[in-house]
Design a protein around this ligand. Structure first.
Ligand SMILES: [Zn+2]
Length: 313
């Protein structure tokens, strides 16, 4: 009996001795295999490709991307035509910032974007560029309501006639124009939203900070002026804009015109970076019925003219 027990014991021991290194060996092999797989999976930084998407939010193109492992920052590039060279428009110096709002994308332009991640603070290692992403920048315009608050902060009525004021008469027309432009998907900056609270210096300064396709200022002429529209411009593009609006107003409101006039002495024409037009909608004496009763139609006609100029359906 004892002999048999001893034999069983020896057998068990033998099996254990054989099994243990076997299992250990198996474990080692497994670990080695895992390490090998993870090294093939983890790409080098220079081979990583950021995943990018673009969209339009309000007046800007918004570029977003997924975090790239190991990145300390990102570079955003843009070009406006297929054959152009990419320009770096922004360097993001934070690993956690994964978004760039491009407010300077040219108004209405088809924009191409790429993003690269980088490592290193002085000597930069760049990831691969992302795939090209394309988005059309919003068309932006500035529509100013004539007068309102003057440069000293005082209320400026503009010209007046029998208790009527230019600022008061032009606000509903301007608001209507703004509404119809926005309905057409155009981004409009205006002082009409806030009740005509910006003087022309403030309007022009604001407009010049933006990338806009055109600048329009809505006015009416004094009581001694004859009936009819009188669009003012200085540049060639300004003339086209003035013509487009005048055509629409004449055909829609059946009113006379004094014709387009080139003027060299007006601030809103000379100081604006974008093509500009001061649209004199008519005489406060002879045309105020149209201003008061047909302000919506007038605003619609101006908006249609601006759309014609921009080539918007
Ligand atoms: Zn005026």
């Amino acid at each position: 009996m004892d002999k048999r027990k001893l034999l069983i014991c020896v057998l068990i021991l033998c099996i254990s001795i054989v099994m243990v290194p076997c299992t250990a060996n198996a474990a080692t092999t497994k670990t080695a295999a895992t390490t090998k797989t993870s090294t093939t999976k983890a790409k080098k930084f220079v081979d990583l490709v950021p995943k990018v998407s673009v969209s339009v939010v309000d007046d800007a193109n918004v570029v977003t991307w997924k975090a790239v492992k190991g990145a300390v920052g990102y570079r955003v590039y843009r070009k406006e035509s297929k054959d152009a060279k990419y320009k770096r428009i922004k360097t993001i110096k934070k690993a956690t910032t994964l978004k760039y709002k491009d407010v300077k994308a040219p108004s209405g332009a088809k924009c191409y974007y790429k993003v690269r991640a980088y490592q290193g603070l002085i000597f930069k290692t760049l990831s691969k560029p992302s795939k090209t992403k394309i988005v059309k920048a919003p068309l932006r315009v500035y529509v100013a309501c004539g007068h309102g608050t003057d440069s000293l902060g005082h209320w400026d009525t503009g010209t007046t006639y029998k208790g009527m004021t230019e600022a008061g008469l032009m606000l509903p027309i301007t608001k209507a124009a703004v509404k119809y432009l926005r309905d057409a998907g155009i981004w409009v900056y205006t002082d009409a939203d806030t009740g005509n609270d910006m003087n022309m210096l403030a309007c022009v300064a604001f407009a010049n900070k933006k990338d806009i396709s055109c600048y329009v200022s809505v006015h009416c002429d004094w009581y001694k002026a004859v009936s009819g529209t009188y669009p003012l411009y200085v540049s060639g593009e300004g003339q086209k804009l003035a013509q487009a609006m005048n055509d629409r107003v004449l055909s829609s409101l059946k009113m006379p015109t004094r014709g387009l006039k080139k003027r060299y002495d007006l601030f809103e024409l000379n100081m604006t970076d974008a093509p500009a037009c001061i649209f004199e909608t008519g005489s406060i004496r002879y045309d105020n019925k149209i201003f008061r009763n047909k302000y919506n139609k007038y605003g619609y006609a101006l908006a249609q003219g601006i759309k014609d100029y921009l080539g918007v359906e």
